[in-house]
Design a binder for this molecule. Structure first.
Ligand SMILES: Cc1ncc(COP(=O)(O)O)c(C=O)c1O
Length: 453
């Protein structure tokens, strides 16, 4: 059974399209029509609706309405609309200052934007080479050498992807078999669990607990088994701002070598390492050959919308990553890749200034949150800080965030979504400081004024 819509959207042209492709495009749902000769839709009970879209005829006076349950493959059934979209939507609705989703409210550097404009003018507008524009692969290898001391082959060990999100997906889909065990540290960035689910992995999580979110080494040791294929870690860590210490990384490295386990490291906040040195796990002895290092341009250059990312790995692991990447996106934006190469060759002063600016922002937010009465946990890196909201007496993090948006006018992210067991995050919420100082001050003022214990 297919439902067809007459497309009146100027971008799509006037043609019939199967509804399944458009069900998620909520703006269009009112235009769906059901040809009268098609039978009533039947859906397997396993995907019976908890949500549904309303399909109406074009003739509103007859108002024949059919409810169509949303459809999703089993591998993604348990995942909801991402929390970032939900919070941002609610923030807009209530005019809240958005300290939830981690996107800067200021623009990326002129020299990088100019490079992209120039690349477009120079005709870099057709498909790029699948695993990256050669000059960007070289720039990534140069940057990695500067940061870690490791020499990598830009042709054989660097794969350019559509943001780190795609590097994560390509790594999971290219290197994990159904049934393989993968260990995560909770709280974890939400795409990890979803892409591991798509890969059919068996996910185990080890919880990092406040106040310092240290790795419980004995628990990690006892969780690793013969079935463990990989450990996925993120340093500096979203949402806590924790940075993995050299000692923790050394222990993880020796456990991985001992048990022949791969490591996937997400280092998108590596240039936002404030209170200690960022260490790439790949740079520890014996680790490069078993590590995929993932990163992107978005956070370092305040260009989250560009979605230029990469995965660095030895050739035998790069093979799997590239096989998945070839069929996920094949290649990413050509012109933006040329500009990304310019960005990565930025002078050291760029990175120094970036940190200085973020340190000032962090100070405003952290001081403000303390003054408001939160218990604030130390954030050594990233542009996030996690607090305990329980002094304010709300049932859990979701209830608190809803109250904060609707009654106080500030948006934060409930952290329970970052755990396999949401209960573990129910006392914590995450604020971001990737906003201009005026916005951060205004958010703090609102909380000082309206947040009551
Ligand atoms: C830990 C982590 N990894 C990956 C990403 C996604 O990176 P990109 O925007 O480059 O896809 C984010 C974005 O917020 C993140 O916080």
């Amino acid at each position: 059974m297919q439902v067809y819509r007459t497309c009146t959207c100027p971008h799509l042209g006037s043609r019939f399209m199967p509804s399944s492709k458009l069900l998620l495009s909520l703006n269009f749902t009112n235009h769906f029509i059901t040809p009268s000769n098609l039978p009533t839709p039947k859906f397997p009970s396993s995907i019976a609706a908890t949500m549904s879209t309303t399909v109406s005829t074009q003739n509103d006076t007859t108002a024949q309405k059919t409810h169509h349950p949303v459809q999703v493959a089993k591998r993604l059934e348990k995942f909801k609309t991402t929390i970032f979209t939900q919070i941002s939507t609610l923030a807009v609705k209530h005019g809240a200052i958005n300290l939830g989703q981690g996107f800067p409210n200021f623009d990326g550097p002129e020299f990088v934007k100019e490079a992209a404009i120039q690349a477009i003018r120079d005709g870099k507008n057709q498909y790029a080479r699948g695993y990256g524009v050669p000059d960007l692969n070289i720039a990534i290898a140069e940057r990695f050498k500067k940061d870690t001391g490791l020499d990598v082959d830009p042709e054989k060990e660097v794969t350019v992807t559509s943001g780190c999100t795609e590097a994560i997906a390509a790594t999971m889909l290219g290197l994990i078999n159904p049934g393989d065990g993968v260990i995560l540290f909770a709280p974890f960035y939400d795409s990890y669990e979803a892409t591991l689910s798509m890969a059919g992995a068996k996910v185990k999580s080890i919880t990092l607990r406040p106040p310092d979110f240290a790795v419980p080494i004995e628990e990690l040791r006892s969780t690793i088994s013969k079935n463990t294929r990989a450990i996925l870690l993120n340093t500096p860590h979203n949402p806590t701002g924790k940075m993995f210490t050299r000692e923790e990384l050394n222990t993880i490295a020796s456990l991985c070598i001992e048990n022949d386990v791969l490591v996937f490291t997400d280092e998108v906040y590596d240039k936002l390492a404030f209170d200690m040195e960022h260490i790439s796990l790949a740079s520890l002895p014996g680790m490069f050959e078993r590590t995929v290092t993932m990163n992107s341009l978005g956070k370092t250059f305040s260009l989250t919308g560009w979605k230029i990312g990469w995965a660095i790995a030895p050739p035998h692991l790069t093979w799997g990553v590239r096989q998945a990447h070839a069929f996920l996106t094949f290649a990413t934006s050509n012109a933006n890749q040329w500009a990304a190469a310019v960005a990565l060759r930025a002078p050291d002063s760029y990175f120094v200034d970036l940190k200085r600016d973020y340190l000032a922002k962090r100070a405003i937010l952290v001081e403000g949150l303390n003054a408001v009465g939160f218990k604030v946990f130390p954030s050594s890196g990233t542009y996030f800080v996690v607090v305990d909201h329980t002094p304010f007496g709300h049932e859990n993090d979701v209830a608190f965030c809803e109250y904060l948006i609707k009654e106080v006018g500030v948006a934060a992210i409930p952290t329970s979504v970052f755990y396999l067991n949401p209960e573990e995050g129910k006392n914590l919420v995450r604020f971001t400081f990737c906003k201009d100082e005026e916005t951060l001050r205004a958010a703090v003022e609102r909380m000082k004024e309206k947040l009551r214990k």
